[in-house]
Design a protein around this ligand. Structure first.
Ligand code: NAD
Length: 502
């Protein structure tokens, strides 16, 4: 049996548990059918029905928020050491079930197994990283004066809502849920309606690992009802959200009545700037990897390649050759580099840019068509001869689509890089150290990689500027979001107090 056949057989076994049953909400450690009926989730691979899923309502969200509120009273008092132990047990269980998580995720999202097997393990790493920080999460500063000792402590903000998108849903949800639990918060998670399955695995794993019932609750459903209700619920103190920029705006408005604290990880149109003095072979590898891996459904993708005019023609020709050879296929085939996109509606959006590109005068140097493999398979696409005013240079396409734009000099590279509404990541390729620093400091982005693809370091801050987000994940930055800082001032002696009414 080939590795592919074997994975397919195992995926079918794992998916069997969802067949013919309703995937319920998980509230207070119990399966809850809810009051909103159901919806179907189908595989982007071949449109087969994977599961019937409970469609959450405001009443279901209320039940979950009440459960998280009750659990908070206990979880916030659970010692940091105990929280560490439980979160490590969750990480152990994720590792033990990594294959199951990865195979289910591939079939639910269309993401190739070559990336998803690592994404499941990254989820475990996220839990371990924050497990080890749980005992010191409440630590603060000592800020003494002559008369007072000021000291700060941090306290968990309360029950929080986590709303996640459909691209790498398991890994992304652990980014949010692990620090929230480590901080002492409890969580109501609303996963994306197009990829709900692995959220069910995570809550099951967490509760089996000893997380108290109600510390993590999952309500499935759509953004406009379950998502909205979560952002409006008065017991929910903060919303950690990953998704589109327009959804972020809606959530900010919805949460305004209850003064929600928000953390937004939103869209991107990230530049990779290739100067003519760079190691061009490595630059090409990184440019292609950062846009064509994960089906291009990646917020940090290098979707705009800005290439020095002196090397543009040759670089674009080499890129086109390579793009034409990228292997599209079934997500469980280990040779597959690009799988099917998440949903027919998303395919429509991605394909709508082909006409826009042509009519604006760009060249379709590769792809631009659907593959014969099936309706959701889009051939990896390269647009050359583009300029930054085109829609394909300004809008987040969120598919395996690269727009390549020439620039004359450093100044022009920077002005093109910054001339978009987004500011998530930027990638710079040059051997000139001074230029690397100049451009890295001037480019409008929350994260910059020089001579590198995106390599994540968990203590480092992750997040965007402009329309790409508000706030930072990673390291202690996540605790700033999930915790309140309290200052306590103790008088050291008899300092002078102004006397009134004498
Ligand atoms: P989306 O905004 O459509 O949906 C994300 C989640 O929000 C889903 O769970 C959805 O049900 C929910 N939602 C929708 N409307 C809502 C509302 N009014 N109130 C509350 N919740 C609502 O995003 P998507 O299409 O699922 O994901 C793709 C987007 O996510 C891209 O723009 C991508 O760049 C972004 N993303 C960003 C990062 C980052 O770190 N910056 C990471 C991954 C994805």
């Amino acid at each position: 049996m080939s590795a592919f056949d074997d994975s397919l057989a195992r995926a079918r076994q794992y998916l069997a548990r969802f067949r013919g049953k309703t995937l319920d909400h998980q509230i207070g450690g119990k399966s809850v059918t809810g009051s909103g009926g159901t919806f179907e989730t189908r595989s982007p691979v071949d449109d087969t029905l994977l599961a019937t899923v409970a469609r959450g309502t405001a009443a279901d969200i209320d039940q979950a928020a009440q459960s998280a509120t009750r659990a908070f009273l206990q979880w916030r008092k659970t010692s940091g050491e105990k929280r560490r132990e439980i979160l490590h047990r969750i990480a152990d269980a994720i590792e033990a079930r990594a294959e199951e998580i990865a195979l289910i995720e591939c079939m639910d999202t269309g993401q190739p197994i070559r990336y998803m097997s690592k994404a499941a393990l990254r989820g475990a790493e996220n839990f371990r990283f924050y497990a080890d920080r749980a005992p010191s999460a409440a630590d603060g500063l000592s800020l003494p004066t002559d008369t007072h000792l000021n000291y700060t402590i941090r306290e968990p903000i309360g029950p929080v809502g986590v709303i996640t998108p459909w691209n790498t849903p398991f890994m992304l949800s652990t980014w949010k849920i692990a620090p929230a639990l480590a901080a002492g918060c409890t969580v109501v998670h609303k996963p994306a309606e197009w990829s709900p399955l692995t959220a069910a695995l995570l809550v099951e794993i967490a509760i089996e690992a000893g997380l108290p019932a109600g510390a993590l609750n999952v309500v499935h459903g759509f953004g406009e009802d379950a998502g909205r209700a979560l952002t409006e619920h008065p017991e929910i103190k903060a919303i950690g959200f990953v998704g589109e920029t327009t959804t972020g705006s809606a959530i900010m408005a919805q949460g305004s009545q209850t003064l929600k604290r928000v953390h937004f990880e939103l869209g991107g149109k990230n530049p990779v700037i290739v100067f003519d003095d760079a190691d061009l072979d490595r630059a090409l590898d990184a440019v292609l990897f950062m846009i064509y891996s994960l089906n291009g459904e990646r917020c940090t993708s290098s979707s705009r390649a800005l290439v020095h005019a002196s090397i543009y023609k040759e670089f674009a020709a080499k890129a086109a050759e390579r793009v034409k050879q990228i292997k599209l296929g079934h997500p469980l085939d280990p040779a597959t580099e690009i799988g099917p996109l998440i949903h027919a509606r998303h395919v429509q959006k991605v394909m709508s840019y082909v006409d826009a590109a042509r009519s604006a005068g760009a060249t379709v140097a590769a792809g631009g068509v659907l593959s014969s493999l099936g309706t959701n398979y889009v051939e990896p696409t390269l647009y050359t001869g583009a300029h930054n005013g085109m829609k394909i240079a300004q809008e987040e396409i969120f598919g395996p689509v690269l727009t390549m734009i020439p620039f004359a000099d450093e100044q022009e590279a920077l002005s093109i890089a910054n001339d978009v509404r987004y500011g998530l990541t930027a990638y710079i390729w040059t051997r000139d150290v001074g230029r690397a620093h100049r451009v890295a400091q001037a480019v409008e982005a929350g994260m910059v990689w020089v001579n590198s693809e995106n390599v994540r370091h968990l203590p480092a801050p992750f997040g965007g500027v402009k329309s790409s987000g508000i706030g930072r994940d990673g390291g202690d930055y996540s605790f700033d979001f999930y915790m309140e800082t309290k200052n306590i001032a103790i008088a050291l002696g008899d300092h002078k107090i102004s006397r009134l009414g004498i």
